[in-house]
Design a protein around this ligand. Structure first.
Ligand SMILES: Nc1ncnc2c1ncn2[C@@H]1O[C@H](COP(=O)(O)OP(=O)(O)OP(=O)(O)O)[C@@H](O)[C@H]1O
Ligand SMILES: [Mg+2]
Length: 499
């Protein structure tokens, strides 16, 4: 069966109103392949995958499934054919249980005379979760109790439950820790071994080169290249993606790691949630303080506590002058900005425009004699859109319609615009393409030089090492060890403290 074409696209064009997301894409995916889709934010990766998996119809062009015309009417229909996708954005529904999410729209599997046998459904969910090695998620529990990572894995179970022949993974690994990633990698191998196929989307070049057998490069909705494994070469791929040679250093190049003496933010003996235990830290003026560890080490919770979003059970957070931070509102008025790992739920109002999202924390600043002028709001937003090269049609457009990475940039933009003095960034470059990533690192460095202070919580060790003045490694809710910036510091030294 080897090398037989499973799915094929012929000159797929997709327009969303005036946005030309895809301009005639013709690709094939064969059995036994793991095809990577790569391209900058807004290049059309999610749109193409969504068309394959029945979420949108193409504007023009056609699809073939195993040599026959294929026109899925919706995602369920695509799944019946054998095409399943885990979407980039959160795809679970908050109000219901885990099992209901897994079997949404397929309850009839467990029904007799329209009555759903819930016990059978829970059992099936437990089995499906167990099959991919997840035993700590309770199918009967409401989904709201689970974090981003677990919910992503629940989506994965939902996608593969029907035994698809093509499994599309859109930027799923960025939301996952190593453990979750391993689950995905094992699944990918399984698909490949069973002579099925995978389409894999990620901004992590190293990961994509490791996992994929072939790469398709998109740029601005155009097909740019199709590379086989022998042709994988990091710089070449980057060049194809951005359409020019990338010059300049990615991370900051100095190793002095100096910062001001003043403390601008202070946490004392924080105990919070289920994890954080006796965490104290001081952030200084002009410092980039990196915080790393495994996903569940408590670092993401710490970010929320520092921003006043989550109340500690014991201990306190205060500004340098001793004023306590007890709410996010207070943090914001004290010029603290927070970029959440979970941007869709905590960082953005999806049904509002880019403009409204961007100006939100800065309304006081934009206001003139008590009035807010639309033109001022526009200028303010235009600047952020330009600085961060946010790819959009117009600033009045709903944030919902932006590509994943461009949503992340809007979150960043709103805090930059507010001229925050302290930035708490939780995985700030998650889902951001390499071109913009480099820009964000330069920006962070510039902010540091201007005397702003940054806490960067990250699961990417190279970025921690590359950017931080100090790095705190957390483990099991505690600070395990603090490293100072140095040329000798390497990943294995950090990993040793993490596990
Ligand atoms: N539902 C929609 N309505 C309007 N425009 C959309 C919609 N979905 C995507 N777009 C636009 O289509 C273009 C391609 O977006 P797409 O989401 O496919 O990019 P992507 O390659 O997945 O980017 P990222 O890496 O940031 O996820 C973007 O300009 C985006 O704003
Ligand atoms: Mg996308």
């Amino acid at each position: 069966m080897g090398n037989k074409v499973l799915i094929k696209t012929n000159q797929i064009v997709k327009h969303f109103g005036l946005t030309h997301a895809l301009n005639g894409i013709s690709i094939e995916v064969r059995r036994g392949e793991v095809v990577g889709l790569i391209g900058e934010n807004g290049s059309g990766k999610s749109t193409l995958s969504s068309i394959l998996s029945g979420i949108y119809p193409p504007t023009s062009g056609s699809l073939e499934w195993k040599g026959k015309p294929y026109k899925p009417v919706d995602a369920m229909d695509a799944q019946r054919h054998g095409v399943s996708m885990v979407t980039q954005e959160m795809g679970t529904l908050p109000g219901i249980r885990v099992a209901d999410n897994i079997f949404l729209g397929r309850e009839e599997f467990f029904a007799r005379k329209k009555i759903v046998n819930r016990k059978k459904m829970y059992e099936a969910a437990r089995e499906a979760l167990g099959k991919i090695g997840i035993t700590d998620i309770d199918p009967e529990a409401p989904i709201a109790g689970y974090g981003l990572e677990d919910r992503k894995l629940i989506e994965v179970v939902r996608a593969i439950y029907t035994d698809p022949e093509i499994f599309i993974v859109d930027e799923t690994t960025t939301a996952l820790s190593q453990k979750g990633r391993e689950i995905i990698y094992r699944l990918i191998e399984k698909f490949q071994k069973e002579d099925k196929a995978v389409i894999f989307i990620s901004h992590d070049l190293e990961e994509i080169m490791q996992v994929c057998s072939r790469l398709i490069v998109l740029r601005d909705g155009d097909f740019i290249a199709d590379l086989s494994r022998e042709e994988f070469e990091e710089n070449r791929i980057k060049e194809l993606m951005v359409g020019r040679k990338l010059t300049g250093d990615y991370y900051r190049s100095d190793y002095d790691g100096t910062y001001g003496k003043d403390v601008v933010l202070k946490a004392e003996r924080i105990y919070a949630g289920h994890v954080l235990q006796d965490v104290s830290l001081e952030l200084h003026r002009g410092e980039i303080l990196g915080i790393g560890g495994l996903t569940d080490c408590g670092m993401h919770d710490l970010g929320k506590v520092l921003f006043g979003m989550e109340k500690p059970l014991y201990g306190s957070v205060s500004f340098g002058d001793g004023t306590k931070i007890t709410s996010a509102k207070q943090a914001i008025s004290g010029k603290v900005g927070y970029v959440s790992k979970n941007r869709d739920q905590e960082g953005l109002i999806l049904s509002a425009s880019i403009l409204d999202n961007t100006v939100l924390p800065s309304l006081n600043k934009i206001m003139r004699t008590g009035l807010i002028f639309r033109r001022d709001e526009k200028n303010f937003t235009d600047k952020q859109v330009k600085d961060l090269s946010i790819k959009c049609r117009e600033i009045e457009q709903d944030v919902r319609d932006l590509s994943g990475g461009n949503k992340q940039k809007v979150v960043f933009g709103k805090w930059l615009g507010n001229e925050s003095e302290i930035f708490i960034l939780d995985c700030p470059t998650r889902g951001i393409d390499i071109g913009v990533k480099a820009f964000m690192y330069q920006l962070m460095y510039r902010l540091k030089k201007e005397g702003k202070s940054i806490i960067m919580i990250s699961e990417e060790l190279p970025e921690l090492i590359g950017m931080s003045d100090r790095i705190m490694i957390m483990k099991d809710g505690k600070i395990q060890r603090t490293f100072h910036r140095s040329e000798e510091l390497n990943e294995s030294a950090l990993i040793k403290e993490m596990v």
